[in-house]
Write a protein that binds this ligand. Structure first.
Ligand code: CDP
Length: 232
């Protein structure tokens, strides 16, 4: 498989359901390969945060035009090995993962105007290649010509457990685990059923089930695939 001749290097996409470990895996794969990492979910979360901080009533979010979303002023700052999401020129990180944002992000991501408003930004991040990017539609809609596409899955309960561990809950009770699983599943349903760029496996994506895989194993599996496809 050859790299698109207009780019200096390949693009590797990781798509999959919520909590499947895409972002942390993509970041680690990028580090191993010396590529940059783009977390596209962070862009949709930044849009949601921008809306929450704006004067637009939540009931009117669905009526915003593409320009309305562009006015939120979402941008990407380029670093050596990653892209930092900026909202009105300010780096936003921890604010992106609050329950207020998480509960609303799938709705915001289902709006065609919101998706269109950051499409150019994402494609620009990939114009030189040497990119590992994760999300829901990176291999299907944003980078359909990516050289390596991975579809990362894991059992719902395992994903819920990982999410809770991320926030320091190492031994959650059954209720907390079931609640987290329900929240992930609701978001997956919404992401899979929307009409524009739904969550689905690209036809040419390789499915990787990470249930029971240690983090380093899933990173290694993708690095190995990249080498096998003589991408590097
Ligand atoms: O980290 P987690 O899997 O929980 O979610 P995320 O990657 O931060 O994405 C948050 C939300 O943004 C998803 O539930 C989708 O609704 C949306 N998203 C999307 O529609 N398309 C993408 N390429 C990435 C995220």
């Amino acid at each position: 498989m050859r790299t698109d001749s207009r780019r200096e290097g390949p693009i590797i996409t990781l798509d999959g359901p919520a909590g499947s470990g895409k972002s942390s895996t993509a970041k680690a794969v990028a580090k191993r390969l010396g590529f940059r990492h783009l977390d596209s979910g962070a862009l949709y979360r930044a849009i949601t945060l921008g809306l929450l901080r704006s004067s637009v009533e939540e009931a009117d979010w669905g009526n915003l035009s593409e320009q309305g979303f562009t006015n939120l002023d979402i941008n990407l700052e380029t670093f050596e090995n990653r892209f930092q999401v900026l909202l009105r020129g300010q780096a936003v990180d921890s604010e992106l993962r609050t329950p207020e944002v998480t509960d609303r992000v799938s709705f915001v991501a289902s709006l065609p105007a919101s998706r269109q408003s950051i499409l150019g930004l994402q494609r620009k991040a990939g114009e030189d290649g040497r990119l590992v990017t994760d999300g829901r539609d990176m291999g299907t809609a944003v980078f359909p010509h990516a050289e390596l596409k991975i579809y990362l899955i894991a059992d719902l309960e395992e994903r819920a457990m990982r999410r809770l561990r991320e926030v320091g809950e190492d031994s959650p009770d059954d209720f907390a685990l079931a609640q987290q699983a329900r929240a992930l599943d609701t978001r997956d349903q919404s992401d899979s059923q929307r009409t524009i760029s739904p969550l689905k496996k690209a036809e040419d994506a390789i499915e990787l089930d990470t249930t029971g895989l240690a983090f380093e194993e899933q990173v290694q599996a993708i690095v190995d695939l990249a080498h096998q496809l003589t991408l590097l």
